[in-house]
Write a protein that binds this ligand. Structure first.
Ligand code: NAD
Length: 439
């Protein structure tokens, strides 16, 4: 069985590599020749644990190939997956230009029946737009090649993407023809051996499922951030409250950790997009709007605490920042809380020394020499007026407080992820600030 994947970003590359690992022959296509040339040599343009070995193994076995030539990529394929970016447009709606441009290219080049699968996160109705776009391109060629559209939203998490793809909780497929359903069943058969379900539904429901899932997760995060902020006011400890509610199986203990707000390439844009879709239908989606509002506030929460402590005098103060990626185990900095914080501190004239195990290259592309980049976590602490823990990479979990005491100008830690023990820090002579806990 042969398939094509268009787009070799976090989703397209992981999907393509994992399908090939399961025995499917995969041709991955991207418009970026720089990316494709690297990938042909087994060089992975993103940081994703476990991905490099799978790509190299399947390149060698000849099951995985990379090209910028879609015509070449489509040869002998039974399905083509569109996995290109859908960034937010200015009004918050998902920008579909890449998806529809891929659909046009497919219509221009396809030769036989294909299932055209949208894997990108797209608003309800997009698969229909893909169908119309492909039809229009075929019409221009004077051809009538049969095809089906399908929706197959992706639920992998950056940082654990390979494992998520190889061992999915569930696979959602929206299809409206038996032929397309059978092909999708064959493609995904190797991933179902662990008993997790392949759930078929209509296309609009599949498209909405992805937005509903991300909005629900974002809701849990914003809910817990709201509760954490209340804890500080009433003298409660959010860790106790979290354990207390998380032990109720109806609630569960996942995604109820307070912090600096959700970021990344998915939650912020998907929350915006579902609000926009609902508005287009005249429905206000009040809960999800509040989720976004709480998150916008929470992304500033550590900055507000810093400003309060230093009485708004941040000029020439030095801040060591630990962690830049939007979460651990990825180099993705899209919508990362670190960027909001850095911008706010720079506006106040502060100096920043940052360290992240993998994301500094990405931040350098964006901020250049506006901040300093440190070679390790301790270098970022030298002469710092305060340290700020932004992303909870494992290497930040048990720092040597004696070393920090010697290096820092002032012994102050702002912990945006609640990973340190207030008592331990107090005993080591540090001033400690965190989110919603008793200190
Ligand atoms: P990305 O920006 O990392 O990658 C997109 C790739 O598509 C780029 O390499 C780009 O060059 C390529 N591309 C754009 N237009 C093209 C075209 N016409 N032909 C060929 N290639 C083209 O994006 P991503 O993070 O992989 O996200 C892709 C989609 O998957 C988005 O809709 C996103 O919301 C969704 N998604 C992302 C994640 C995630 O964790 N990143 C998880 C689930 C779903």
């Amino acid at each position: 069985m042969k398939i094509t994947i268009i787009g070799t970003g976090y989703v397209g590359l992981v999907s393509g590599a994992c399908f090939s690992e399961a025995g499917v022959v995969v041709s991955c296509v991207d418009i970026s020749s720089e990316k494709i040339n690297k990938l042909k040599e087994g060089i992975i343009p993103i940081y994703e644990p476990g991905l490099e070995a799978i790509v190299k193994r399947n390149l060698e076995k000849g099951r995985l190939s990379f090209t910028t030539d879609l015509e070449e990529g489509l040869k002998e394929s039974e399905a083509v997956f569109i996995a290109v970016g859908t960034p937010p447009g200015e009004d918050g709606s998902a920008d579909l230009q890449h998806v529809l441009s891929a659909a046009t290219d497919i219509g221009k080049l396809m030769k036989d029946y294909l299932v055209i699968v949208t894997k990108s996160t797209v608003p309800i109705g997009t698969s229909e737009k893909v169908r119309e776009t492909v039809r229009a391109a075929l019409k221009k060629r004077g051809m009538q090649i049969p095809f089906d559209v399908a929706s197959n939203p992706e639920f992998l998490k950056e940082g654990a993407a390979v494992d998520d793809f190889l061992r999915p909780d569930r696979i959602i497929v929206g299809v409206e023809s038996d032929q397309a359903k059978k092909i999708m069943e064959r493609i995904y058969k190797p991933f179902l051996l662990n008993g997790h379900p392949l759930i078929f539904m209509d296309i609009a429901s599949a498209e909405l499922t992805k937005y509903a899932a991300n909005s629900m997760l974002a809701t849990r995060i914003s809910f817990m951030n709201d509760i954490a902020n209340l804890c500080e006011l009433v003298g409660a400890d959010v860790n106790s409250v979290r354990k207390g509610i998380g032990s109720d199986p109806r609630i569960g203990n996942k995604f109820i950790y307070p912090g600096m707000g959700y970021g990344g390439s998915c939650f912020p844009k998907d929350v915006k997009a579902i609000i926009h879709t609902a508005e287009a239908y005249g429905y206000p989606l009040k809960v999800i709007r509040a989720v976004e509002e709480v998150n916008n506030y929470q992304k500033e929460i550590i900055f507000l605490k810093i400003r309060e402590y230093f009485k708004d005098d941040l000029k020439d103060k030095v801040f060591g920042i630990w962690g830049l990626s939007f979460k651990p185990n990825t180099d993705d900095i899209r919508e990362a809380p670190s960027l909001t914080l850095i911008q706010k501190l720079l506006e106040k004239g502060a100096k920043i020394k940052a360290y992240d195990p993998v994301a500094m290259g990405e931040v350098k592309k964006l901020l250049g020499n506006k901040i300093e980049y440190s070679k390790d976590l301790y270098e970022a602490a030298i002469d710092a007026d305060a340290l700020i823990l932004v992303t909870e990479w494992s290497e930040f979990r048990i720092p040597n407080y004696n070393v920090l005491s010697r290096l820092m100008k002032q012994k102050i830690i702002f912990d945006g992820r609640n990973i340190y023990e207030p008592l331990e820090l107090k005993e080591s002579g540090f001033k400690y600030f965190c989110i919603g806990r008793k200190i």
